[in-house]
Design a protein around this ligand. Structure first.
Ligand SMILES: C[S@@+](CC[C@H](N)C(=O)[O-])C[C@H]1O[C@@H](n2cnc3c(N)ncnc32)[C@H](O)[C@@H]1O
Length: 184
């Protein structure tokens, strides 16, 4: 049932081309923003152009933003080959906001993290099974009862990871297209 639901969303996804990420949009974005808290602590793994980093910050949140902006030819990160351009857009987007940028991979950031508990974790970095094994280690930093979300769940490896490791363990809150939210 879960697998069928996730497969259905897969057909609707258009993958990024060049440096153009497939961002969270439309109903996905409305659903995500409805669950983003206010005046709390939010982490985003994989920030891209930073338009959502800014939206999260504009709800009064402190944002931990993890993204190394590395060149990527494998579209599983959905960013393409122009990370400098994306990085510059990100910096402009978060200007003046309460955002702490970890300019490193999710794995590296885990070693540097100050340990503050998260109210919301948004995982939207490298869309591979192996990367999710790392990214989901951040769930231990989410407060009990806090929420965490995944984007691009229609990517096959993300789909498989959720089916095997997340659905059996955490409460499923809901989804819109390729955006899935869970409670710790
Ligand atoms: C699809 S984009 C993120 C889009 C963004 N969350 C949004 O809502 O617009 C994916 C991002 O993940 C970043 N990324 C790739 N591997 C990563 C890793 N290991 N750790 C953190 N970020 C990573 C890429 O640099 C890219 O900016």
């Amino acid at each position: 049932m879960i697998r069928r639901m996730l497969k259905k969303t897969r057909a609707k996804i258009l993958y990024g081309r060049g440096f153009n990420a497939r961002g969270v949009g439309g109903q996905e974005l409305d659903f995500l923003m409805k669950h983003i808290p206010e005046n709390k602590v939010v982490m985003e793994i994989g920030c891209g152009f930073g338009q959502n980093t800014r939206r999260f910050a504009d709800k009064g949140n402190m944002i931990y933003a993890v993204d190394p902006f590395l060149p990527e030819r494998n579209l599983k990160t959905l960013m393409g080959e122009n990370p400098e351009y994306v990085f510059n857009c990100f910096i402009k987007s978060i200007e003046g906001r309460n955002v702490l940028h970890y300019d490193m991979t999710s794995k590296e950031a885990l070693e540097m993290y100050d340990g503050i508990k998260l109210d919301f974790l948004f995982i939207d970095g490298e869309h591979t099974y192996n990367a999710l094994e790392i990214d989901t280690k951040w769930i231990k930093h989410v407060k009990k009862g806090g929420l965490f979300a995944f984007h691009d769940c229609s990517c096959e490896e993300v789909n498989d990871f959720l089916v095997e490791h997340i659905f059996p363990k955490y409460k499923f809150i809901g989804s819109r297209f390729s955006l899935f939210i869970f409670r710790k």
